[in-house]
Design a protein around this ligand. Structure first.
Ligand code: GLU
Length: 479
């Protein structure tokens, strides 16, 4: 089978994780089967349109590396891909339905409709357009809504590739509007015309469309076309696994994740697993691996909880895969000295789960690598046992000579092998122990109560800068 899928967002605001996941599944499925993936914009509801949405959608997909074979901005055999530029096509389909007796212009004015509604309410039955079809179908001049003459089918049944067998009773459908009085088609109508014209074979979309599926099926029937396969996405729940994901929980603009320092490959990896499982324990998937592993059978039915902790750990995994140079450039990291920054990258890989955290670390605790700290006397001696006054001063002085004997550029391991025996010796001398040496050393080098270990600090700062910082501390202690 020649698979064709599409992502068909309405330009009604920013892209969030739900929309991206729909696009991702449709894209992965097309790629897996060597098919085509289309990007179509459904802008028939002009009132809900939000300016700037289309470039935003395109930018989001570009960032994520989700590529389309045809679509808006790109063209293709079914251009244009903006529904508002395809009105003639919908009108042609509408006229054919009208001619075949499957549609009628809605003859009622607002006040006539109101009267009919009241009548139905008085009779205690639901108001249905199909109960008030006009006896004669007037010609359609385009100023009235065009309604579909819904067939009376007792039971609708269909198979959803993710949900299995689904069904609905005849109450599921009334005579719905195909073309509105403003000349624009409804979503119900336009997307079906487009899916037919574009040869779409699999439609991935959210749960909210299940209740409309009987409408879609009736339309396909009236048009004499076979419906595509329907694939319903699981709903995305908040971290509590109960409510639908809210903006606070992560349903934010997908580009905010970019600003927050998430990698697109991590977003794809995480979102793929948000409602689909590979059937193995594998947790990390590159986009290429996803294309191979993805299938429709393992899309889950129940809601999927958005778990930011998991997203962060997947992001850290992909950050750690980057070479030092890529880590710096993709993370938009900058520092006064590139050479030092390269040495700091392993520390960032260990500690940061997003690039914004890495940037914060560079501006915060790691700024000591670039600017000598100002030191406070009390903090230098905080670990000094009261029984050994002056111990910190002599311990730091004792480090100078062995440190001077080291090369300027030295590994943390060598520094540790050189200095640790001195700390051990202090420990042997009495109360205080290693910490009473290593703490003031670390503080003298970093000016911070929390920082990487002193050996790592020295290996990054270099011998001379480290010596100068230790001497400064010695000076303060001697005052
Ligand atoms: N334009 C619809 C939406 O954004 C798309 C639904 C569909 O994929 O058919 O919700």
């Amino acid at each position: 089978m020649n698979v064709v899928t599409r992502f068909a967002p309405s330009p009604t605001g920013f892209m969030h994780v739900g929309g991206v996941r729909t696009a991702l599944y449709a894209w992965l499925f097309a790629r897996k089967h060597g098919g085509r993936f289309i990007l179509r914009i459904e802008d028939t509801d002009k009132e809900r349109e939000v300016a700037g949405s289309i470039p935003h959608i395109i930018e989001s997909l570009h960032w994520l590396g989700i590529t389309w074979d045809e679509g808006i901005d790109k063209g293709g055999p079914h251009a244009p891909y903006l529904q508002s530029e395809r009105l003639d096509l919908y009108h042609t389909y509408a006229k054919n339905l009208l001619a075949a007796g499957h549609a009628y212009p809605d003859p009622y004015t607002e006040s006539e409709l109101e009267a009919l509604r009241e009548k139905a309410a008085a009779e205690k039955r639901p108001f249905l357009f199909r109960d008030f079809r006009p006896a004669v179908t007037e010609p359609w001049d385009g100023t009235k809504p065009l309604r579909f003459k819904a067939p009376r089918i007792a039971r609708y049944a269909w198979t959803d590739l993710a949900r299995g067998h689904l069904g609905a009773g005849e109450e599921a459908i009334d005579d719905f509007i195909l073309i509105k009085s403003d000349g624009y088609p409804t979503y119900n109508f336009a997307h079906i015309v487009d899916d037919i014209e574009m040869g779409v074979t699999h439609v991935m979309r959210g749960e909210e469309f299940i209740s409309s599926t009987p409408k879609f099926l009736s339309l396909y029937e009236a048009l004499g076309k076979t419906p595509p396969a329907f694939v319903t996405m699981p709903v995305i729940l908040g971290p509590d696994g109960k409510k639908k994901l809210s903006k606070r929980d992560g349903a934010k603009d997908i580009l905010d994740y970019r600003a927050d320092g998430y990698l697109p490959e991590a977003m794809l990896n995480y979102l793929a697993l948000l409602g689909w499982n590979p059937g193995t324990d594998q947790e990390f998937f590159s986009p290429e691996e996803l294309m191979h592993a993805f299938d429709l059978d393992r899309i889950q039915v129940s809601g999927a909880s958005f778990d930011e902790i998991k997203l962060r750990s997947i992001n850290q995994h992909w950050m750690r895969q980057l070479s030092t140079v890529d880590f710096i450039s993709r993370g938009n990291l900058s520092a006064p000295e590139t050479g030092k920054l390269e040495k700091i990258v392993p520390l960032l890989k260990e500690r940061a789960q997003t690039f914004s955290e890495a940037r914060e670390m560079l501006a915060g605790e790691f700024s000591c690598f670039f600017t000598a700290p100002s030191l406070e006397h009390p903090k230098l001696v905080v670990k000094e046992p009261s029984s050994r006054p002056g111990m910190t001063l002599s311990a730091l002085e004792g480090l100078l000579e062995p440190l001077t004997s080291l090369p300027e550029d030295v590994s943390a391991e060598v520094v540790k092998n050189t200095l640790m025996p001195l700390a051990d010796a202090e420990e042997a001398k009495g109360k205080g122990g290693r910490g009473a040496v290593l703490w003031p050393l670390r503080y003298a080098l970093s000016g911070q109560e929390r920082s990487p270990d002193p050996f790592t600090l020295i290996s990054i700062l270099g011998r001379d800068e480290s010596l100068s910082r230790i001497r400064k501390a010695i000076g303060i202690l001697g005052e």
